[in-house]
Design a protein around this ligand. Structure first.
Ligand code: SER
Length: 336
């Protein structure tokens, strides 16, 4: 399944279940508590808080996201793993006071096992330590064996920023097999082995500056699935950089530097940084961010500078960014 097929399959599944397809919002959020759009739910914050009435009670999106500043920041991990990205696409379904856990959980399971075709035996679930309700739905309504449902604390609590929307969450993991690490499931098992690819947030609270959680007017659903990770799992590769949305951009980095991806681990780290940063810089500029000394502009400047530095370290002698931007436009232009 390539990225286009996945975007379509995800949207279709939820449209068939009464969701309104809503376009991706900009990477520049209206909300002041986050530097970038970090998740699909950001554009819906006023609906969750109850300060605006949504024109639909269910929505589905494919959202451009950026995690390179503030509470959600993956910038320093880029390149060192084969699954972290600063710019990525998040598939999400949302309920604004409509359905809750009893529907959101079976929806996710049906889509993953019947549409994506993932082997149910390789799926693991985590729930928040306090959330018996979600764990019971996974076990009794969906039929996941109890030994593959684990509990986590902070890792199963999602919050948008230091204050504001938050709630317990439940994550779906794929077991890539014993050759990639220790067994035992996501809690304590190998991080390269158990890959988290979908987070279901039960958005129930508004966290105050003093740390108290105030109940929202209604109970909501906010889910986020990583498009690049799902394409990689569906295509049975171990890396998001091998997927159709990133491999051509890695190739542009190869062309600029004269190095081959896969030949040398240190160079591969740099080539992954080049591919990730190529997408980030292109989408940030396209959404109206310009390199500067502060805020978003400073993050963009760092990203461009870092990409150029890594290209030069690998031996590039000519301009670096044009080839990276062109490859990004060629690869992502049609979808965006
Ligand atoms: N907001 C949650 C996340 O970003 C689910 O979309 O993981």
């Amino acid at each position: 399944m390539d990225a286009n097929a996945l975007r379509r399959a995800y949207t279709r599944f939820f449209v068939d279940r009464g969701h309104t397809p809503v376009p991706s919002s900009s990477l520049i959020p209206h909300d002041k508590t986050v530097l970038f759009t970090v998740a699909g739910m950001v554009q819906f914050k006023p609906f969750f808080l109850g300060v605006e009435t949504p024109p639909y009670s269910r929505a589905v999106t494919v959202q451009k996201c950026m995690r390179a500043g503030g509470k959600h920041n993956d910038l320093d991990a880029i390149g060192t793993t084969t699954r972290h990205l600063t710019f990525f696409e998040m598939l999400g379904n949302f309920s604004f006071g409509d359905y809750f856990k009893a529907d959101a959980i079976p929806f996710a399971w049906e889509l993953v096992t019947e549409v994506f075709g993932f082997d149910p035996e390789r799926l693991w679930i985590t729930c928040h330590t306090t959330d018996d309700e979600a764990a019971d739905i996974w076990r009794d309504a969906v039929g996941v064996p109890a030994e593959r449902i684990q509990r986590m604390g902070a890792d199963n609590w999602w919050q948008m920023a230091e204050t504001g929307l938050c709630g317990p969450c439940s994550e779906i993991y794929f077991d890539r097999g014993p050759e990639l690490g220790e067994g035992g499931g996501p809690v304590g098992g190998g991080e390269e082995r158990y890959i988290e690819f979908w987070n279901l947030v039960f958005m129930q609270y508004d966290r105050q500056p003093d740390g108290t959680d105030v109940e929202l007017p209604k109970k909501n659903i906010d889910t986020g699935a990583g498009l690049e990770r799902i394409v990689a799992l569906a295509e049975n590769t171990t890396s998001v950089f091998e997927t159709d949305v990133l491999r051509p951009i890695v190739a542009a980095g190869e062309q600029v530097t004269g190095r081959r991806y896969g030949d040398d681990e240190a160079a591969d780290v740099s080539l992954r940084i080049l591919a990730d940063h190529a997408r980030s810089m292109t989408f940030l500029v396209s959404d109206g961010v310009f390199p500067s000394n502060e805020d978003r502009g400073y993050v963009l400047r760092r990203i461009i500078r870092r990409a150029v530095r890594h290209a030069f370290q690998l031996g590039a002698e000519k301009l670096v960014t044009p080839a990276l931007v062109e490859a990004t436009v060629d690869t992502m232009g049609e979808a965006y």
